[in-house]
Design a protein around this ligand. Structure first.
Ligand code: PEP
Ligand code: MG
Length: 544
């Protein structure tokens, strides 16, 4: 038996035969052909196949996932029919004598560079679609499209990385689980895997290779483990865990619609943490009472340039409308440390977690900050939207933020653009400085949301990304609990509400504590909502 440690993208357990999927071409060798007609014919056939695939993908995604995800394929179809793109490839075949795959590869690179050089954000982002399209055409020309047909139903897919179109097609083959050697937690792939409920783990490294093709495997999406050729006892244990999980999932459905209140009648609101619109849809399906943390920085990632005011406005407006009057708390972007975007060119830092990130970038790049605030204040007209600021360390920052908000509102008014006047303002309490000063900060804002992930990292001086300190033996939650108690006291003294949006908020063993000290809200990842509701409803806030 071999055990490979990975990172979790989506919970669940999957048992099955591993199929290693070659997800991308490794680079195409330059080849010259004498048979131009045959290459033109091959290219024409590949175009037709990709066109058909995109139409099918659009329909299926619309049906099974959602409109936003389906649009990825609609845009790609329009791009595939772009005469410039097609003529460039055909020109390379006819004039240079390139093989069809090499012409697609070269043209793809040319168009990618061209899109990246454009000013317009939307157009710059199309470079990713060109890469995906070229990849699909080359896979067909190289015969990889057969791989989908060859995949036995109910397989565990192992691969280097997957594009959105690949994961949708793989889903068709009733994939049980996904393990990647690379991958990214915030990629479209990860978002789709979560939305489709596929147990998925990533960052498995070089051991996830074609060598494990055909082996019996188990993905444990809770602990982030891949078992290859598990022994009998491991398999029995994992099967037991899987059945327990499925049964628990079914049982939880009965908690939909039930109030979030303890046995002795103490209410606590259960909200969801989201990063995109499909997460909002999943939050609704799981009966979240609101969105407690919209990590807006995800809208900045997986792009090649800053999102425009309209891009952000569209997402926030849709989120507010989908939530249909329930609260939506949008956090301004928390870029920096692990959440980097190349186009912001933030430079190398010795200690990025202690460096230029989140509100520090916004208060320095007022242009970027104003774009976010304009989008939020405009979208406020479509539902119950609040705004929240990350990484606050002082009252002076809040004063500076309020100044910018004042400017944004007067500019919108002057331009005759409708916006919501009285949006509630909150801050994340996620630095020891903010925790210590919470009595002073509470006078300045409408609510607090405690970010225990960063609060723990900065208080205990343990890097949250550190792979070998994840379960540091002397780390003690009591320190953080004491801080939470004092933050809650200070919030309530000033008549503002306080929630927890870090991972500690979904720790079952702490629910009683949170209820007893009067935490008003817990914002947790979507799959944790119903399990937590069950725990809350079965907990007595006082000592029995
Ligand atoms: C936190 O720090 O607890 C938090 C919720 O923010 P993030 O995890 O996005 O840094
Ligand atoms: Mg944080």
């Amino acid at each position: 038996m071999e055990i490979i440690k990975c990172k979790c993208v989506n919970k669940g357990i999957a048992l099955g035969k591993v199929f290693y999927f070659h997800s991308r071409y490794e680079g195409i060798a330059k080849k010259i052909t004498k048979d131009i007609n045959s290459e033109m014919g091959r290219f024409g056939d590949a175009l037709t196949t990709v066109r058909d695939q995109l139409s099918t993908l659009y329909e299926e995604t619309l049906l099974k996932v959602g409109k936003d995800e389906a649009e990825i394929f609609e845009i790609q179809k329009t791009m595939l029919d772009d005469p410039d793109y097609i003529e460039t490839i055909e020109g390379m075949i006819k004039e240079e004598g390139y093989t069809a795959e090499y012409a697609v590869y070269q043209a793809g690179n040319v168009f990618c560079k061209m899109f990246l050089s454009l000013e317009d954000d939307y157009m710059r982002n199309r470079s990713l679609d060109i890469q995906d399209l070229s990849s699909s055409l080359i896979n067909i020309l190289e015969g990889y499209e057969l791989s989908f047909d060859k995949i036995p139903q109910n397989s565990i897919i192992a691969s280097e990385d997957l594009t959105p179109s690949q994961i949708i097609q793989l889903y068709e083959y009733k994939v049980l689980g996904i393990v990647l050697s690379k991958g990214s937690l915030n990629s479209h792939m990860a978002i789709l895997a979560r939305t489709m409920g596929i147990p998925t783990i990533i960052h498995g490294g070089e051991r996830i290779s074609s060598k494990i093709n055909g082996c019996w495997g188990i993905i444990n999406g809770f602990d982030g483990l891949l078992f290859i050729n598990p022994d009998k006892e491991t398999e029995e244990n994992q099967r037991y865990l899987m059945q327990k999980y499925h049964k628990a999932q079914e049982d939880l459905l009965k908690f939909k619609g039930m109030p979030d209140v303890s046995l002795d009648g103490v209410p606590i609101k259960l909200y969801a943490n989201v990063g995109c619109l499909s997460d909002v849809e999943a939050a609704i399906k799981n009966d979240a009472r609101g969105i407690g943390l919209f990590r807006s920085e995800f809208l900045y990632m997986e792009r090649n340039s800053l999102p425009s005011e309209e891009d952000l406005f569209d997402v926030y407006k849709t989120a507010a409308e989908l939530m249909d009057g329930k609260p939506v708390i949008i956090r301004t972007m928390d870029i920096g440390t692990d959440k980097k975007v190349d186009y912001l060119d933030l430079g190398e830092e010795t200690n990025p977690a202690l460096g230029y990130r989140a509100i520090r970038i916004c208060l320095n790049r007022i242009d970027i900050f104003k774009t976010q605030l304009r989008a939020i204040y405009r979208a406020g007209l479509y539902g119950d939207i609040s705004v929240m600021f990350p990484m606050i360390i002082s009252k002076e920052e809040i004063v500076a933020i309020k100044d910018v908000i004042g400017v944004v509102k007067s500019e919108l008014k002057r331009e005759g653009i409708p916006y919501k006047e009285d949006i509630k303002i909150g801050i994340m309490i996620e630095t020891p400085a903010a925790a210590v000063m919470s009595d002073v900060l509470a006078e300045e804002v409408d609510f607090f949301s405690i970010g225990t992930n960063d609060l723990t990292q900065y208080t205990l001086a343990i890097d949250r990304e550190h792979t070998s300190l994840t379960e540091y033996p002397f780390a003690n939650n009591d320190v953080i609990i004491r801080m939470i108690e004092s933050i809650v006291r200070n919030a309530h003294k000033n008549n503002i509400w306080v929630g927890i949006c870090g991972e500690l908020g979904s720790e079952p063993s702490l629910i009683k504590k949170f209820l007893s000290i009067g935490v008003d809200e817990l914002s947790v990842s979507v799959p944790d909502i119903l399990p937590l509701r069950k725990i809350i409803r079965n907990t007595n806030s006082k000592n029995d």
